[in-house]
Design a protein around this ligand. Structure first.
Ligand SMILES: [Zn+2]
Length: 557
């Protein structure tokens, strides 16, 4: 059994990025957990790397709830920002409406990844007043200063600056130099409020018209909804510096060094490998839209592309196969375009990012989506189909059987006992989803062995019945915490078939016709015709399974 807190709840350990070690989470209020995660800046479809924190922190919230904690989960939407303004201008749209449109697209893909909505999803533009209050408090404490309508945080006035990211001083300054603003006293100072520029959205403020800096948004919204101190703060590792360092400086600059997040959780990057057959053409540790050489490939990394090709749930399963802190490599398999034709794979981390390839030619060409393959997601989709087929078999086996009552108490097969608790314990241990998924996969394999009649000795009838019911309820609980296999098998498998029929270019009308003919032949007990029709369907790539519940079919791999 796992360790228990005083409140009787399981102890959950997390790797705290601030302490750089695993610690047992001790919530501020026993039994309750407050969590803030940095949300998206909405100006485009998000990519597979951006999908990772969405899925990772969704599992964190689901698991803490499954363990009995009352979770308050806040994740913001940044709906005013340089990139939003620039992109809106490029497409000739008003920035507010533009951000609204991309928020809706974000919500669509987010839901497709089977992520549950956070409890509160505050938008930056609706919290300008709270940001003003914090900026005024920082100025009053001599942590910030106003210059020509802008306000900057004075990094040298906050003693704890750099404690979270632990970067050497030169790198701290280097990060801040990217923010080129006039009037800063020191290069590392960063903007809390930006004086208005022509054509930009602007709000009135004590320092004149302008808009907020990115970092103050999160400090203000976290305080409003979670108070000056809360339990978990999450986000991608790329946010640790400067964004989280700055959030922390702002909040602690106002409320003191014990305020703000008690624990910091950061997910690792999604790297990529561009392969063509056996050959690796290029690789990198981080998907970056700003690297021009990657632009022709970029469509392959867009989450919407992945979701449309393999379903959001398969994308989710693929992400969860690696522990959230470890790097994960997204493989794309597509013929060479533009560059990367050398003998050695092009390492996009090591080579200069100036939009040119080593041979000097500008990267060009467009991605041929008909030739694109995403091997990791293909494998995840196969695993998911197997899981849903297993759940369907289990439901079929239990159809028409009376559910268990107290009179049915008694042992179940050992393989059906204890695995769910081990799955929860894996998640208690810094949300170890690969170990949790291994337990889940073993349980599914056991379902199939049992239903195939392959157990020796066979289970006694009452043990078998209890075992089947237990497996079904525990698999549904596992599905609920992982966000995998939560749907009815019929619903998922129907959606999956449509995707497979489209991907393989099969003729759905012809399949339906043959299936109807075969159902009629079986009804008339014409088994010769039925067998011939089965072969005809197999030739099309369709596998038919006869079950007591009727005929089912799937598209073969
Ligand atoms: Zn943030």
């Amino acid at each position: 059994m796992s360790a228990q807190t005083g409140g009787g709840l399981a102890t959950v350990t997390v790797y705290d990025s601030f302490l750089a070690r695993k610690v047992a989470v001790e919530p501020q209020v026993p039994g309750q957990l407050s969590m803030y995660v940095c949300g998206p800046t909405v100006y485009n479809y998000f990519h597979i790397g951006n999908a990772r924190p969405l899925v990772a922190f969704d599992v964190v919230a689901r698991h803490l709830r499954a363990r009995g904690y009352q979770v308050k989960f806040v994740r913001n939407i940044t709906d005013v920002d340089d990139k939003i303004i620039q992109r809106a201008r490029e497409v000739g749209e008003e920035p507010t409406a533009f951000a609204e449109r991309w928020t809706a697209e974000y919500h669509r893909d987010y839901a497709a990844l089977r992520c549950l909505p956070p409890d509160i999803e505050p938008r930056a533009t609706q919290h300008i007043h709270e940001m003003h209050t914090q900026i005024e408090q920082l100025i009053a404490r001599d942590m910030a200063y106003a210059v020509d309508g802008s306000v900057y945080f004075a990094v040298s006035h906050f003693a704890g600056y750099g404690e979270l990211s632990k970067l050497p001083r030169e790198e701290l300054l280097e990060g801040a130099r990217k923010e080129l603003e006039p009037g800063k006293r020191e290069p590392a100072d960063f903007a809390l409020w930006k004086a208005t520029k022509p054509g930009e959205p602007a709000w009135d403020s004590p320092w004149g018209k302008g808009r907020p800096g990115w970092h103050i948004e999160c400090s203000a919204m976290a305080e409003k909804y979670l108070g000056t101190t809360f339990d978990l703060h999450g986000g991608g590792i790329d946010l640790k510096f400067p964004h989280h360092e700055n959030e922390r400086a702002q909040a602690q600059g106002i409320h003191g060094c014990t305020s703000f997040a008690k624990y910091w959780i950061h997910n690792g990057f999604v790297g990529f490998r561009w392969v063509y057959g056996e050959k690796v053409l290029a690789q990198g540790s981080k998907i970056s839209k700003s690297d021009e050489r990657m632009r022709p490939l970029y469509q392959a990394f867009v989450a919407r592309t992945c979701i449309e090709r393999h379903g959001g749930e398969a994308v989710r399963l693929w992400l969860l196969t690696t522990h959230y802190r470890n790097p994960i490599t997204f493989d794309i398999d597509v013929p060479p375009i533009g560059f990367a034709l050398g003998n050695e794979p092009l390492d996009l981390d090591a080579t200069a990012c100036d939009g040119t390839d080593p041979t000097g030619s500008k990267s060009s060409g467009t991605l041929d989506e008909s030739k694109l393959r995403l091997p990791g997601l293909e494998e995840a989709e196969r695993r998911l189909e197997y899981a849903y087929l297993s759940m369907q078999r289990l439901a079929d086996a239990l159809a028409g059987q009376a559910p268990l009552t107290t009179a049915d108490a008694g042992a179940v097969a050992p393989d059906a006992d204890g695995w769910l608790e081990r799955l929860y314990q894996a998640l208690d241990d810094d949300f170890n989803t690969p170990v949790a998924l291994a337990e889940w996969t073993a349980a599914l394999a056991f379902v199939n062995r049992l239903l195939d009649g392959k157990l020796t000795p066979a289970l006694a009838k009452d043990v078998r019945r209890r075992t089947l019911w237990r497996l079904q309820s525990d698999l549904l609980l596992a599905g609920k915490v992982l966000g995998i296999c939560e749907r009815s098998p019929a619903e998922y498998l129907a959606e999956h078939r449509v995707r497979r029929v489209t991907a393989k270019g099969l003729d759905q009308a012809r399949i339906d016709e043959l299936l109807t003919e075969r159902a009629q032949a079986r009804q008339q007990k014409d088994f010769t015709s039925s067998d011939l029709l089965r072969t005809a369907l197999l030739d099309l790539g369709v596998e038919v399974m006869d079950t007591p519940q009727g005929m089912r079919w799937r598209v073969r791999d």
